[in-house]
Write a protein that binds this ligand. Structure first.
Ligand code: AFD
Ligand code: MN
Ligand code: MN
Length: 428
């Protein structure tokens, strides 16, 4: 299903008056505070968040999976769904592919299809956490860290194959997430396991084009429960440092133990120029893969405060160097609606971080005025930035209210009609 421009324009017309009023109130308020609404708008408009190819169908849990109907049956349809999201919000012009779930049969055709919808290819993801049919060696006891050289070789070659697909599609990064680890004390020699992982990652790095990044994801537990080979940002950072300059750490918000100070991790990585990218999602407990900003929106805001501060103060990372991606799973919501909500939550956190009065904040910090520092942050946090985000969408040709339009146009119903009720998208 492809949206027509006039469907969006008609919808926007019905929203115009109230939107204009809300926007002018907000821009007046911002101007009074010495902020330039135009420059905030420009930064919002230029900000794109990639959609993961594995989040367009029902995710399910290990207990069950409930189809949502009309799920994309192939890569072409997945890209079409991202095209729908992007047409509505103008902020999701990229896809992150998972191989082999999404092997492009005809790379030129897929590339053309995507670019026709304004979508480019962000990081490609390898998969050595599942065995594939006819695969020679099993990953049951690990992949890049495996004790046996032949298993590690197979996993390295898979990653090189993924790079080859990415090259054809115009990707510039490979994301590696390892399920490797152990379930019981004594099962593995932890030092040797880490060393083998480092050697394998170095081989993969050596096969990447000179302008590619290697993004190394970390996760504290699951599927292994005693040890994960890359459990935390420190291990990812250590590996990235040893592997090379273009190897960086990827922060998946759900991959932390409860109450971890993720914003501080972000600040530290930026300080070292090693922040490679994000997998946005939210969680109550661990790798819940819930809608970004649905549980801890203040944390998301604080992360963006560090990002804005780090980038605007000429630290080692730049907004365009960071890969912005969502990593989500949908068990109860329509994935397309959920992804629209996630992108909006990310933009909201970004916009609010841009409103922070940095000079006042720094002064308060220098004077150890703890109360004032908190007030400054919360002033920005409490500002309703929705009119700005709406305006940035409308200006770019998107919908004032994407979810409303999605529902008014009965998109899911049409997709079910086109693709059937029992379809299942590839992914976990
Ligand atoms: C995992 C990781 C990783 C991986 C994905 C697969 O977050 O990004 O690619 O799930 O679905 O938990
Ligand atoms: Mn992830
Ligand atoms: Mn995850």
């Amino acid at each position: 299903m492809i949206l027509a421009d006039d469907q969006i324009q008609n919808h926007n017309q019905s929203e115009t008056t109230s939107h204009r009023n809300e926007l002018s109130q907000l821009t007046n308020l911002l101007s009074e505070r010495g902020k330039n609404p135009e420059s905030i708008l420009r930064r919002l408009t230029g900000f794109q968040v990639a959609i993961p190819s594995w989040a367009l169908g029902a995710g399910g849990t290990r207990f069950g999976r409930f189809s949502i109907g009309g799920e994309p049956r192939n890569l072409h349809e997945k890209i079409e769904d991202i095209g729908l999201i992007h047409a509505l919000n103008c902020s999701s012009g990229a896809v992150s592919l998972h191989i082999p779930w999404d092997i492009p049969k005809d790379t030129d055709a897929i590339k053309e299809h995507a670019s026709g919808l304004g979508i480019h290819f962000d990081a490609v993801n390898s998969n050595t956490f599942q065995d594939q049919p006819k695969q020679e060696h099993s990953y049951k006891f690990g992949s890049l860290s495996h004790t046996k050289k032949e298993v590690r070789n197979q996993a390295v070659h898979h990653n090189i194959e993924v790079i080859e697909y990415g090259k054809k599609l115009g990707s510039k990064a490979l994301t590696v997430w390892l399920a490797d680890g152990s379930n019981f004390p004594g099962q593995q020699n932890l030092r040797k396991t880490l060393n083998r992982t480092l050697q394998s990652l170095s081989e993969i790095y050596a096969s990447m084009p000179y302008n590619w990044k290697l993004l190394i994801e970390y996760k504290p537990f699951e599927p292994n429960f005693y040890s994960m080979v890359i459990p935390d940002w420190g291990t990812s950072f250590l590996l990235a440092n040893s592997v090379g300059e273009r190897a960086k750490t990827l922060v998946d918000l759900g991959h932390h133990l409860p109450n971890t100070n993720i914003e501080q991790i972000v600040a530290t990585l930026m300080f070292e120029g090693k922040l490679g990218g994000f997998h946005f999602n939210d969680s109550k407990y661990a790798d819940d893969d819930l809608t970004a900003g649905s549980i801890k929106p203040y944390q998301l805001f604080l992360i963006f405060c560090e990002l804005v501060d780090g980038i605007d103060n000429g630290n080692n990372d730049d907004f365009s160097n960071i890969d912005w991606m969502i990593d989500a799973s949908h068990n109860t919501k329509d994935p397309l609606e959920d992804l629209l909500q996630s992108v909006e939550a990310i933009q909201t956190a970004f916009a609010k971080a841009l409103l922070v009065d940095r000079n006042r904040l720094e002064e308060a910090r220098e004077e150890n005025d703890v109360v004032l520092a908190q007030e400054v942050l919360q002033d920005a946090w409490a500002t309703d930035v929705r009119p700005l985000i709406r305006e940035s969408r409308i200006k770019s040709g998107g919908a004032a209210n994407p979810i409303q339009l999605f529902r008014d146009l009965q998109v899911r119903k049409t997709l079910i009609k086109e693709r059937g009720i029992g379809t299942a998208a590839t992914g976990l």
